[in-house]
Design a protein around this ligand. Structure first.
Ligand code: PEP
Ligand code: MG
Length: 510
């Protein structure tokens, strides 16, 4: 009878109830990642990192975030964005970190250049205090004190009951050993999605990654990738260690390359200098990466088709890491799961898989190791679901990327839909945000169809979900009903998914 969503209040800081009563919101966005935060307004990831690192409580306010902002997001108490929906970058990353986030508050008039914004008639400058509630989406002027989360003994008891009844496994979406460790503490049984792109933004590797983007020849690109390989291998080793032999699915590079290029003049100049190119050349290259519709552009497996050397480097890193960790822990079952994103046609998967398999087999042979590995794909483009019987012949596993699958089935941009969804609720066209709660009628039908098409062709196929719906209780129930093997969600939603999976198992038994 427990509503799994209530677990959020046990796991995240909340506003002091008495103080909250006296407060009136000055604005509202989407409650994109639960919890409450108050702090000084900062406008850049650098400022968040500097001030947050010095012990200051800060709320990072941005038009929208990109992978470049990751370090600042880690240092902030809360994140507030003007644009974006429930599955845009800020929301997904904040949920992963357990940081409070309000996204898509389009009432904010933002002036990033002058580090100020206006909301409800007041202009906020850097250093002014605001408070945000990532569960309701409410934004408040000034400080509302928060109280920390406390987990009582009963929490563990309820979780034990849940584990006794559920049949659906629960994995986590985690990109760092710290997130993975947190998720393990909260009961995750594996990693269902490691988004490797976030690893490229750490200070010690972004330069090499940009060098790779600027390369004129395959040889230059390979030389830059060789610099990244040891870092990536080290990251994967740490993830395998944190998971102690439980499954780890590593997704190959997904976002469009323009997300990695510098935006600040000084960084552009530094890159030009490092590359021995003119600032104009670098600016022209950055301009050439511009796309009108990046989420439907040069991303996912399309990057691996254009630049197979990226997939080869990531394969080497995955396999070398697994071989090393297996050596240290021979008793662990360690079967790396390599996941190719955004496949829509079996030929794309076949093409990329060939490089992956050749590279992996060569690494295993060179090391004289005995290692099994799997190559699977995300099902996140409607065409992949419609042709799942073909795709299953080449895939060891499917993982439903329902963020993109929702975006592409509805034709709604996951970053912009928030602007008109309120009108849809008012007009009673929608009751819920389809990016938060799975649309079982349409998107769910594609999932069900993909399973029914895929399984008979490849009975060993294992199937999961790693879109944000993997942590939403009603969506978890649906996943149980259509026969998924696991759901994967951000670390702090793992207990919610465990409870929801148990409730689904009990209610389906009748
Ligand atoms: C998805 O599309 O559901 C997914 C998990 O991938 P991403 O959110 O990184 O596009
Ligand atoms: Mg996706």
């Amino acid at each position: 009878m427990i509503d799994p969503r209530n677990l959020d209040t046990l796991l995240h800081p909340q506003f002091d109830a008495k103080e909250l009563k006296a407060a009136t919101p000055v604005g509202k966005g989407l409650g994109a990642s639960p919890g409450a935060a108050c702090g000084k307004v900062v406008f850049t990831a650098e400022d968040a990192k500097a001030q947050g690192g010095a012990g200051e409580k800060v709320v990072l306010v941005r038009l929208e975030t990109s992978p470049e902002d990751i370090e600042g997001m880690k240092a902030a108490q809360g994140i507030l964005t003007v644009r974006g929906g429930m599955t845009s970058h800020a929301a997904v990353v904040a949920r992963g970190m357990g940081t409070c986030c309000v996204s898509g508050c389009s009432d904010i008039a933002m002036d990033e250049e002058n580090k100020q914004f206006t909301l409800a008639g007041k202009t906020y400058h850097e250093g002014d205090y605001i408070s945000i509630d990532g569960s309701t989406g409410n934004i408040y002027d000034g400080i509302i004190p928060t109280v920390d989360a406390t987990i009582a003994g009963e929490f563990g008891r309820v979780m034990d009951w849940a584990d006794k009844y559920r049949t659906l496994k629960v994995r986590t979406n985690a990109d760092t050993p710290a997130d993975a460790k947190k998720a393990r503490e909260l009961g995750a049984e594996g990693i269902g999605l490691c988004r490797t792109e976030h690893m490229f933004f750490e200070a010690d590797r972004i330069a090499a990654f940009r060098e790779m983007i600027c390369a004129d020849t395959v040889e230059e690109r390979e030389a830059a990738l060789d610099k990244i390989l040891p870092y990536q291998q080290g990251d994967f080793e740490k993830l395998y260690e944190a998971l102690e032999g439980n499954p780890v699915t590593i997704r190959f590079l997904d976002p469009p390359l323009h997300e990695f290029v510098p935006t600040e003049e000084a960084d552009i100049e530094a890159l030009a200098k490092a590359q021995g190119k003119s600032v104009e050349d670098i600016k022209a290259l950055i301009a050439s990466l511009h796309e009108f519709n990046p989420m439907m552009g040069h991303r996912g497996c399309r990057l691996a088709v254009t630049y197979p050397e990226i997939a080869k480097m990531q394969t080497k890193a995955v396999i070398r890491a697994a071989i090393n960790v297996k050596k240290a822990h021979p008793d662990w079952t360690l079967v790396p799961e390599i996941m190719i994103p955004l496949v829509g046609d079996i030929k794309e998967l076949k093409y990329v898989k060939k490089f992956v398999v050749e590279t992996a087999d060569a690494e295993i042979a060179a090391a004289g190791a005995d290692l099994k590995y799997e190559v699977g794909t995300m099902i996140e483009i409607p065409r992949a679901a419609l042709t799942a019987d073909e795709i299953a012949t080449e895939a060891d596993f499917f993982c439903f990327g329902t963020n993109d699958l929702t975006q592409m089935t509805f034709g709604f941009s996951r970053d912009d839909a928030g602007k008109f969804l309120d009108a849809y609720y008012d007009a009673k066209i929608f009751e819920n945000d389809p990016f938060a709660k799975l649309d079982q009628t349409g998107v769910g039908k594609l999932m069900d169809m993909a399973i029914k098409l895929g399984k008979p062709v490849n009975p060993a196929l294992h199937i999961g979900i790693c879109g944000e719906h993997g942590g939403d209780p009603t969506s978890v129930e649906f996943c149980h009903k259509i026969g998924l093997d696991y759901v994967s969600c951000s670390p702090f939603r793992v207990p919610i998914a465990r409870l929801a999976a148990a409730q689904a198992a009990i209610s389906c038994k009748g």
